[in-house]
Design a protein. Structure first.
Lengths: 313, 206
């Protein structure tokens, strides 16, 4: 049975790992010839600095408790949806539907999660938004590219709100013998998937040779993918003691969410290429926008939620 | 005092609501005498251009606005005169007041830059409307002034004409390379050059 200091300890470990990374990055920068500068090392430093902020915010949300975590992911959804719709071509006739997305469906989804209403939060967007948003768009009396516009709005709502909301939804699961510790599942999911992104970046930078799909994401390599996914799967397995899983189960679950998470980043890269941009935004220095950071979480969260719900609840 | 505070609050509010991100692509934000000319989709357009300028430039930059819309007494009039220090022009052809081009040239001579929407009115369509000729006449009167194209992306989608609720999208402002009137340039040539310079900054249509 995990003790109540579990989350405190694991956050302390993450901060220690960040301190180590900052140290390594500082040494790399210091070893550069005087006056020289390297875009890769500057970007590395910017990325690590942003991680301090992101882990800090996450730690505060965990410390506040369920309300803090739900509010944090609502804000993440809001920013991600903002970035998505900003880069997606909609027309004047969609304005009403967009207002519904931001000011009704997004808050409603998180209110339903806060009230643990599984029956409704799992269908609000796939059923009700799916049917009501195109109705609202037809009231804009503009049929040009109608199907394309309706699909884009629904897809953005699914990725940015519905999928991401499955992270705090983990708090609603009633797992026998694990009561009061659900926040640790969130920590497991976020750490495993995000560390997979980090390890893919590190493995890719150190050993990356074979490009995976240059037409979609120029920086992703086979070496980065395999090395990154396996390293963070090992990390996930090592964290089994803070989950309801055994070590092997934890490894299998971590492998699954890492692979799904990888493809999440891949799919959202394809959209970015199509729109001719490199990043979704500029919110997080060194990383790009919010959606650049949470693309893998968005794809893995619902899968993780349903794996746990099916076999452990 | 209250005007300055209100201006600051409005700037922060505009930045928060629109996440406005200026991209200085063709020039740097320098304190030179300029006419920033932009596409016009929303009443908020000049506010975001104004808010995106660095504070020292913002203090010496005045929007050009239509008197018929803003001069109806009350809050709107106070806002446009005291907070934005706008150059208010009468857009009606049958006006008996001063010529708008003379008013703009006078503001430039006093050392203030301008924010101008050469389409003349808000554009409800997807593309850029033809420019009014005022921009050319202004360039003839003030040939030393730099005309900087500014493409405003997304703001028309935040608050289209007739909408009640703004949608919180992120806006991008792209500042292009400055234009000046060439020695032997005719009116259609200059207007065409200015319009293409602005269109070149627009992201590729979907």
């Amino acid at each position: 049975m995990p003790s109540d200091h579990t989350l405190f300890n694991v956050f302390a470990a993450v901060f220690a790992a960040l301190a180590l990374s900052s140290g390594i990055a500082a040494v790399l920068k210091w070893r550069l010839a005087p006056g020289a500068s390297s875009a890769v090392i500057d970007n590395l430093n910017a990325r690590i600095n942003a991680w301090w902020w992101m882990v800090g915010v996450l730690a505060v949300a965990f410390w506040i408790g369920e309300g803090g975590i739900i509010a944090l992911f609502a804000v993440i959804s809001f920013q991600a949806l903002r970035e998505y719709i900003s880069l997606t071509h909609t027309r004047r006739g969609d304005h009403r539907a967009l207002a519904w997305c931001f000011f009704f469906f997004l808050p409603a989804q998180y209110v339903l999660i806060a009230s643990h209403w599984y029956g409704l939060f799992s269908i609000l967007i796939p059923v009700y938004a799916f049917l009501l948003l195109p109705i609202s768009a037809t009231l804009g009396s503009d049929a040009e590219r109608f199907l394309e516009r309706a699909a884009k709005v629904q897809w953005g709502l699914m990725i940015c709100v519905y999928c991401i909301s499955h992270v705090p939804a983990l708090l609603t699961l009633e797992i026998p013998g694990f009561e009061g510790h659900n926040a640790q599942l969130i920590f497991f999911l976020v750490l495993t998937v995000q560390s997979s992104d980090v390890f893919q970046y590190v493995w890719g930078k150190l050993f990356g040779k074979r490009k995976l799909a240059p037409a979609i994401s120029p920086s992703k390599t086979l070496e980065g993918l395999v090395g990154g996914v396996l390293t963070s799967t090992a990390l996930g397995a090592a964290l089994f003691w803070m989950t309801p899983f055994t070590a092997w189960q934890a490894a299998l679950v971590a492998l699954t969410i890492n692979i799904v998470g990888f493809f999440g980043g891949f799919v959202l890269s394809a959209i970015k290429r199509d729109r001719g941009v490199k990043d979704w935004g500029t919110l997080i220095e060194g990383h790009g926008g919010m959606l650049d950071r949470v693309d893998s979480i968005s794809f893995s969260a619902p899968i993780f939620f349903h794996i746990v719900r099916y076999w452990w609840v | 005092m209250i005007e300055k505070l209100f201006a600051l609050l409005l700037c922060h509010f505009a930045k928060l609501l629109t996440g406005v991100r200026p991209l200085w692509q063709g020039c740097a934000p320098e304190p030179r005498l300029r006419v920033y000319f932009a596409n016009h989709r929303s009443h908020g357009d000049f506010v975001v251009v104004w808010a995106a300028l660095p504070p020292e430039l913002r203090r010496r930059t005045r929007p050009v606005a239509g008197a018929d819309y803003w001069l109806n007494g009350g809050f709107k009039t106070w806002l446009i005169n005291k907070v934005f220090h706008a150059v208010l022009v009468d857009r009606r052809p049958e006006r008996d007041g001063p010529n708008p081009v003379d008013q703009m040239a006078e503001a430039l001579r006093a050392g203030d830059s301008l924010i101008l929407f050469p389409e003349g009115t808000r554009n409800l369509g997807e593309d850029l409307q033809p420019f009014k000729s005022g921009i050319y006449h202004l360039a003839c009167q003030m040939p030393q002034v730099e005309f900087v194209p500014v493409w405003i992306e997304n703001l028309g989608r935040v608050m289209p004409k007739g909408a009640l609720v703004p949608v919180p999208l992120l806006c991008t402002l792209t500042f292009g390379a400055p234009l000046t009137l060439q020695a032997d340039e005719t009116k259609p040539e200059f207007i065409d050059r200015a319009r293409s310079a602005l269109l070149d900054l627009a992201p590729p249509a979907n």
